[in-house]
Design a protein around this ligand. Structure first.
Ligand code: SF4
Ligand code: SF4
Length: 424
């Protein structure tokens, strides 16, 4: 660890405070992850990544910067990675998922801001996350009010570029988003000094599509109605790390894991006993290391088999058309794919309810837990339509609001335990 401390110091981090996080994470990971039984062997890769989560990837990013590559930090699945990759840049996720960062965020943000935003700002201002220190540019987007205003603070001492996301899905909005992608591409070209050509963009589109396909294979194996080859807690970790990892390596490791899960399905090797109730979690994203709800569900007699969230299906569903010959066609293809994402920031947003009903069938779920991060007005309000549609379809649903703090864990355990019992 000593060499990492040197790296963190050079990054200007508050190393002493950061030690608190370094001490807490292995304990939390041991409790939540290593205590699970019969995990797929392939999870060893993700265990290894978490064991040095602020060391391995940051060191790789620093090496890439020495070679002249730029690192772009993003906060939302709407920012098209393909553009950055086509200009030889690297994308890293920056969303904060730990209570550890929340108090520093609350020094400048209203307490009534969602924990994801508070943690992200806290990680930056408290100087306790290397990814925030390394990123050469932050890329925000106009999705929710909390993030929009937080970007003004985050952008005070790091170049910040904001993409203006339309709030509706009309034809004119598709064209508007395409224009935003074109403008972003120009900015990325200027910032990296590299030109985006149709060939480079097509290569980048294929690379990111391959990552999506590999993640989709992992999720496909979770659809088996007779077997649960991987816990939801493990699957969540795979998606969370995908936001940080090199896309080609992510695809390779996910494909290896999917091979193992498919074999487990053939052999009937399950993580849970036969008859365990299958739960889908819908709602706000769960940035690493937010494992709270999955852990509670999976230690309350049920299994999570799908996540309808940005750290789940919204991250990998839908591919960008490949093999297009001009940049204009490629930018439009990117716009079309990204605008298929049914985030609650759109109005109206019937596609999300349709997705949830479709996924409930595909993953053979017995019940749905619709989770909202406290103070996320968008997903909280949309919970009304989501829960009504599920009830009308005869699918049991439990609405939950929580944050990163463990204070409500026992209360959640009681409610979730009662919900699971009711399913039985
Ligand atoms: S929930 Fe919406 S705003 Fe948040 S990451 Fe997903 S798409 Fe972006
Ligand atoms: S969870 Fe809601 S409030 Fe928080 S960043 Fe995402 S969209 Fe914004």
């Amino acid at each position: 660890m000593a060499d990492r401390r040197e790296m963190w110091k050079e990054l200007g981090m508050d190393v002493d405070t950061h030690d608190g996080l370094c001490a807490a994470l292995p304990v939390a990971f041991g409790d939540v992850y290593l205590s699970q039984k019969n995990r797929p062997e392939g999870m060893a890769f993700w265990d290894f990544v978490v064991s040095d989560i602020h060391g391995i990837r940051p060191a790789e990013l620093l090496e890439a910067q020495k070679e002249g590559r730029k690192v772009f930090g993003t906060f939302c699945v709407f920012v098209p990675d393909e553009i950055v990759v086509a200009a030889n840049g690297i994308v890293t996720g920056l969303c904060g998922g730990s209570q550890f960062w929340v108090p520093d965020g609350e020094k400048v943000l209203p307490k009534s801001t969602c924990p994801l935003v508070k943690a992200s700002v806290g990680a930056r201002l408290g100087r306790t996350c290397p990814f925030f220190r390394i990123a050469d540019m932050y890329v925000g987007e106009t999705t929710c009010d909390g993030k929009k205003k937080a970007y003004e603070i985050l952008g005070e001492d790091v170049p910040m570029y904001i993409m203006d996301l339309p709030q509706m899905k009309r034809e004119c909005d598709m064209l508007k988003w395409k224009d935003e992608i074109v403008a972003f591409a120009k900015k990325v070209e200027e910032f990296t000094g590299n030109t985006i050509t149709p060939e480079k963009l097509d290569e980048a589109i294929r690379l990111i599509n391959n990552k999506r396909k590999a993640l989709a294979r992992v999720f496909e194996a979770r659809k088996n109605p007779d077997n649960i080859p991987i816990s939801g807690t493990d699957a969540l970790l795979v998606t969370q790390i995908a936001f940080f990892d090199d896309p080609a390596r992510c695809a390779e490791m996910c494909n290896k894991l999917a091979d193992e899960l498919e074999e487990r399905n053939r052999q009937g090797v399950s993580v849970f006993e036969k008859g365990t109730k299958r739960i889908m979690i819908t709602g706000t994203p769960m940035a690493i290391p937010n494992w709270k709800l999955h852990h509670i569900v999976e230690t309350s007699g049920a299994a999570v088999v799908c996540e309808e969230m940005c750290t789940g299906t919204r991250y990998f569903e839908n591919l960008v058309e490949e093999g297009l010959g001009t940049l204009d066609e490629q930018y439009m293809a990117l716009s079309k794919r990204y605008m298929k994402n049914n985030c609650a920031c759109f109005t109206p947003n019937p596609g999300r309810v349709e997705d949830i009903l479709r996924l409930a069938k595909e993953y053979h779920v017995d019940g749905v837990i619709d989770v909202n991060l406290k103070f996320c007005c968008l997903y909280d309000t949309e919970g009304y339509s989501v829960e009504r549609a599920l009830k009308e379809a005869g699918i049991p649903v439990l609405g939950i609001e929580t944050d990163y703090d463990d204070g409500d864990s026992e209360q959640l355990r009681t409610r979730i335990g009662a919900f699971v019992e009711m399913l039985g």
